[in-house]
Design a protein around this ligand. Structure first.
Ligand SMILES: Cc1cc2nc3c(=O)[nH]c(=O)nc-3n(C[C@H](O)[C@H](O)[C@H](O)COP(=O)(O)OP(=O)(O)OC[C@H]3O[C@@H](n4cnc5c(N)ncnc54)[C@H](O)[C@@H]3O)c2cc1C
Length: 488
């Protein structure tokens, strides 16, 4: 087994490893999967060094912002897969669902008392960095956070990038060594110690494992949790098995049309993998490996010319090239931003030119103004926008192209850009399965000018920030079936 690179491992406290502990504890909070997972691999490394068994705790709190039936269902479906996958390995898997706010408090600390060390996932946004920092102060042993989010480790670059061109140039000169250092497909297979028989009863009496709930995921059992029941489960099923199936069907059928049809809602030919990537049910390394195997690609095909140019540098066909631009350049620049800047979700993080032009136009008259409730319930004059919002509310997903238009119109119809930002964050993170992610902040802030440049002609409200129109979207895009479905 290859060692996990030091660039992926962040020591969160100064506590020592307790060599007399009973087990190595992997606290799974973001990479919610058994495969292609550097955190799990790092935990397995420790089990080999210390000759101790592995205990995996996957917990789900109920008191975080936007917790709902939709998000709980998706995560629980993932836990069900993990329970099955870990049952075939020597690791003991302990899923825990917090039945009421604060009930899970103390669980990690209690488990850490008997642990040699604790390994967790290094995720750079939402409440997770705060939660990991607080845990680091409480556990009596070494806590390490491991970055399994991206192909080029977040800590490889020392600065944040302001546009895709600059980040692409960085990738083009830095990517290659990381393509030889992927995580193991099944890290838990390398464990040499026997499985722990069971958890201490003192722990399970107070924090019962979630198997009962995982056996009957549904609205009835969710009713027991103090979460938002108005946001119902999505038709998209969570978990690593569904993610791998989705990847296979995308590569088999939709990828061949990706460059031509990606923007057309009726074609529905993007991968649909963002919810799985967000909850860690699938790894970017798995997607990359399966894609490139089909492309019959080897690292030798990668261009060494770091020009920052968008297409052609991977040495693959135009469909795979377009997909990699999204999966690697655009996805990883978001992780770069969130890991490098604590103000990634603040209005002030926008480039100076964008803040200036939006301020210049803040008091421009608006032809249409809606409040949050009208937006949420899709009651605007714009049929296409209402359809996009309806898809988001009903299904927890929003078509890629329409997502940009959706944001631009919220900017146009809100009393100020700051209020528009709050509304986009609220609606996106409340309803989207893939919300609360580095990509959420990339997309939402892109609407306001991040990663973009000034555009002419200068317009009311948006100023020099790029403008998009529903009329031109209706002319350009294949939308008939989409509108029939979401705006009947
Ligand atoms: C206002 C707005 C809000 C957004 N909110 C989110 C969000 O909450 N979560 C989220 O994952 N994406 C968000 N995006 C980015 C993008 O729209 C989605 O990633 C994409 O629609 C997901 O669909 P897919 O998985 O089928 O993408 P595919 O086209 O199949 O792309 C594969 C993967 O590449 C990444 N990707 C694709 N497009 C982008 C992009 N523009 N920026 C960054 N990464 C990208 C995603 O991880 C995606 O799963 C937002 C964009 C905008 C304009």
């Amino acid at each position: 087994m290859q060692r996990v690179s030091d660039f992926r491992i962040r020591k969160c406290n100064d506590a020592a490893v307790n060599r007399h502990g009973r087990y190595v504890l992997y606290w799974m909070i973001a990479n919610r999967r058994t495969q292609w997972n550097f955190s799990l691999q790092r935990a397995v490394e420790w089990t080999l060094e210390l000759r101790k068994p592995l205990l995996v705790l996957e917990a789900l709190r109920c008191g975080y912002q936007w917790a709902s039936d939709r998000l709980h269902t998706f995560v629980m479906e993932g836990m069900r897969d993990n329970a099955e996958d870990f049952s075939r390995t020597p690791a003991l898997y302990y899923p825990y669902l917090e039945p009421e706010q604060g009930a899970g408090k103390g669980l990690l600390k209690a488990l850490a008392q008997d642990a040699c060390c604790v390994i967790t996932d290094d995720y750079p946004c939402f409440f997770l960095p705060r939660m990991a920092a607080s845990a680091a102060r409480q556990v009596p042993v070494l806590l390490e956070a491991v970055d399994s989010n991206v192909i080029v480790p977040m800590r490889w670059s020392e600065k944040s990038y302001l546009n895709a061109f600059g980040f692409r140039r960085f990738l083009q000169s830095n990517l290659e060594p990381h393509l030889y250092a992927f995580p193991e497909r099944n890290p838990a297979d390398a464990i040499e110690t026997a499985r722990m028989e069971e958890l201490p009863p003192g722990i399970t009496d107070r924090w019962p494992p979630a198997h009962r709930w995982l056996a009957q995921i549904g609205r009835r059992s969710l009713a027991e949790f103090p979460i938002d029941h108005t946001v119902g489960p999505s038709r998209v099923i969570g978990g690593s098995a569904a993610a791998s199936e989705r990847l296979g069907s995308f590569l088999d059928s939709s990828l061949n049309h990706y460059a031509e049809l990606r923007n057309h809602p009726d074609a529905d030919c993007t991968s649909g993998l963002s919810p799985y990537l967000h909850f860690g049910h699938i790894s970017v390394h798995q997607i990359f490996t399966e894609l490139m195997e089909r492309e019959d690609w080897s690292v030798k095909k990668l261009s060494t010319n770091a020009s920052g140019k968008r297409s052609g540098w991977w040495g693959v066909g135009e469909n795979a090239d377009g997909f990699l631009e999204e999966l690697i350049t655009w996805r990883e620049v978001g992780y770069n931003m969130c890991s490098r800047r604590s103000d990634y979700d603040q209005y002030e993080s926008l480039p100076d030119w964008a803040r200036k032009t939006l301020k210049d136009h803040e008091s421009d008259p608006r032809s249409y103004r809606y409040d949050l409730e009208q937006l949420e319930t899709a009651e605007t004059h714009d049929e296409l926008w209402n359809a996009a919002q309806t898809q988001l509310v009903q299904e927890g997903i929003l078509h890629t192209y329409l997502r940009m238009l959706w944001g631009k119109k919220i900017l146009e119809w809100s009393p100020s850009p700051r209020i528009a930002l709050e509304r986009m964050i609220e609606l996106n993170n409340k309803y989207a399965l893939d919300g609360r992610d580095p990509n959420s902040y990339s997309g939402i802030f892109w609407v306001l000018g991040r990663y973009d440049r000034p555009w002419g002609p200068e317009r009311p409200i948006l100023g020099k920030v790029r403008y998009m129109s529903s009329d031109s979207a209706r002319r350009k895009l294949k939308l008939t079936r989409y509108l029939q479905k979401y705006a009947p």
